[in-house]
Design a protein around this ligand. Structure first.
Ligand code: GLY
Length: 321
């Protein structure tokens, strides 16, 4: 069912489009057709990590309240992962839940953030520490948006594609390994479709992230710690860059645990360093990063838990170390 039919079938009268202001500037008429079927409002925000906070959520709540949105009203999150995270949180909590549709515009959101119902905001620089699980009723993936995505943003999402290949698709890894450059033309629609299908299977089995879904977090324990270190120092790093580095560290840990072979670890490292420059950390950074890993949401009873790779394309058990 297309978006107009979905709106008519559900007799939706009010729509708020929470959007990345850059996307709205690039595609001002993209949702014009909705004005034929409903009352449409735009809430545009600057899609930056610092805006993933309670103020943005309160801003959205106030807007919906002033415009008299009810539980049959619709919020469309139109943008990348930051927009999907904030929009999901607003939709999940306003009047205990209004309709939600995600229209991802970045590679990262297309293959990951727009699916699976996780939303969240940061608190005291800790990533996604406040949030809910709230599934969108629809996710509309239009890969034409990738044509205008800056290369930095493409690399941001590419890290999640690498992660997906490493945890679940060896054949894709073999294809990715041949790449020497990144641009939107080399991103195949079938990779996006496969990554979405893989995630959806895990989410169907474990929506609340207590078991099998956690493998999607490979590279993220260290990745989130790196993001927090940067935020504490008032520096910026994209989620994907931090995850790419996190993958290297966690692949190394997988090897140290006796799982991944040294040559597979080297293969992963060399591939990632082809596209992402290495980061250098001081001794005190390393101490901070280790401490931040102890705040990871996967940990149990204050014990660190990592996702390990058994081999390329397959994860092992979640191991405490
Ligand atoms: N981004 C990981 C997950 O949705 O579980």
């Amino acid at each position: 069912m297309n978006l107009s039919d979905y709106i008519s079938a559900n007799q939706i009268q009010k729509i708020a489009i929470l959007c990345d202001e850059k996307v709205w500037q690039l595609y001002p008429d993209y949702f014009q057709f909705l004005e034929e079927v409903a009352e449409v409002h735009y809430i545009s925000i600057e899609a930056k990590e610092q805006n993933k906070d309670i103020d943005s959520v309160v801003f959205g709540w106030n807007f919906l309240l002033e415009q008299k949105f009810d539980r049959n009203s619709l919020l469309i999150s139109w943008g990348g992962g930051i927009i999907c995270d904030i929009g999901g949180m607003i939709a999940a909590t306003f009047k205990r839940g209004i309709r939600l549709v995600n229209v991802p515009t970045t590679l990262l959101a297309m293959i990951d953030a727009a699916h699976g119902g996780k939303n969240g905001i940061n608190l005291k620089h800790q990533k996604n520490v406040i949030g809910t699980f709230y599934l969108p009723e629809k996710v509309i993936v239009d890969t034409d948006f990738l044509k205008t995505l800056p290369r930095k943003e493409l690399l941001n999402g590419f890290a999640e594609l690498i992660k997906y290949a490493l945890i679940g698709n060896k054949a894709l890894w073999e294809e990715l390994k041949l790449l020497t450059k990144i641009n939107y033309k080399i991103i195949k629609n079938e990779w996006i479709e496969e990554a979405i299908r893989f995630k959806e299977t895990l989410v169907t089995e474990d929506l609340h992230d207590k078991g099998v879904r956690q493998i999607l977090n490979f590279g993220h324990t260290v990745g989130h710690a790196i993001e927090r270190l940067y935020a504490e120092k008032k520096r910026t790093i994209s989620h994907g860059y931090a995850v790419a580095m996190g993958i290297c560290y966690e692949a190394y840990l997988s090897h140290k645990q006796g799982a991944l072979t040294w040559s597979e670890y080297e293969e992963i490292l060399q591939f990632i360093l082809r596209f992402y420059k290495p980061l250098h950390f001081t001794e005190s950074d390393m101490t901070a990063l280790t401490n931040y890993c102890f705040d990871d949401k996967k940990n149990k009873n204050e014990k660190l838990r990592f996702i390990f790779l058994e081999q390329i394309g397959k994860t092992g058990n979640i191991c405490p170390i």
